[in-house]
Design a protein around this ligand. Structure first.
Ligand SMILES: C[S@@+](CC[C@H](N)C(=O)[O-])C[C@H]1O[C@@H](n2cnc3c(N)ncnc32)[C@H](O)[C@@H]1O
Length: 246
């Protein structure tokens, strides 16, 4: 077990919540639906987010709400020397699929995946050089607590990177976005995943999630400095960054 892990966390003992149940249910179709519903652009968004963690040559990185480990695998694919990456997620089904992908790429020595909730990371203080969460923060039951936990486990000077959906700026694109997110995506998502609500939950969760400066304010409230954000693909997603005081 890597030295960053504070305790073994038995997810089965934590109180199940509907978001956790939902991700467990959609897990087998999650990667397929990601690629289909985003027309493959999700891979590009993750790459841009991981760029923000550079340099990756040394150090230890945390992927919060790692899901099926795409971000963790992206980090390890670019680090010239074996990187050390810890992924945490509260969906054991997502994690099992992530572990299969890690094994298939023979990256078990670099990437270790653990069950855990973002709001109570089973990790030691001041342990990571960088921490990232892609499409995870929007789902946290308590966003402030999740961000504050990431702050706690970062080393002084460590960087947080958050990638999540935001909202296009252009009026026509907003209309198109609402049409797609509100109507087409939930139907396709329900049909392919077999889950009644998962893909209607997606647009609802995006609507309620802080964007732009509202999000960087949350980073600042939780101790981060030098915060900034950039919008990707006309603002459909945004990448937020901040530093823990050195
Ligand atoms: C949309 S998926 C994103 C997965 C992955 N990061 C990616 O880029 O594809 C959201 C993930 O967040 C996890 N998650 C949601 N809320 C969480 C929380 N509070 N603590 C830990 N994991 C959480 C879910 O189980 C799910 O695997």
């Amino acid at each position: 077990m890597p030295s960053q892990i504070k305790q073994s966390f038995d997810i089965s003992q934590s109180k199940a919540n509907p978001i956790q149940d939902m991700f467990n249910a959609v897990a087998p179709r999650y990667d397929f639906l990601n690629g289909l519903l985003s027309a493959g652009i999700d891979k590009y968004w993750r790459k841009i987010a991981v760029n923000e963690l550079e340099p990756l040559s040394k150090g230890v990185f945390l992927d919060v709400a790692t899901g099926t480990a795409d971000i963790a695998l992206e980090i390890s694919s670019r680090a010239p020397s074996p990187a050390r990456i810890v992924g945490v997620d509260f969906s054991t089904t997502m994690l099992e699929l992530g572990k299969d992908k890690v094994k298939a790429k023979n990256k078990q020595a670099e990437i270790q995946l653990f069950p855990g909730a973002a709001e109570h990371l089973p990790l030691k203080d001041d342990s990571f050089d960088g921490a990232i969460s892609a499409f995870g923060a929007r789902n946290f039951a308590n966003l402030n607590q999740g961000i504050s936990e990431i702050h706690r486990v970062l080393k002084p000077g460590g960087k947080i990177v958050i990638l999540d959906f935001s909202f296009p700026q252009n009026g026509f694109l907003q209309w198109l976005y609402r049409l797609y997110f509100g109507n087409i995506l939930p139907i396709m998502g329900r049909w392919i995943s077999g889950h009644k609500n998962a893909y209607s939950y997606l647009p609802d969760s995006v609507e309620g999630f802080p964007k732009g400066e509202d999000f960087t304010s949350i980073l600042i409230e939780n101790g981060f400095e030098s915060t900034s954000f950039r919008m990707l693909t006309f603002g459909i997603t945004s990448v937020y960054v901040g530093l823990k005081h050195a």
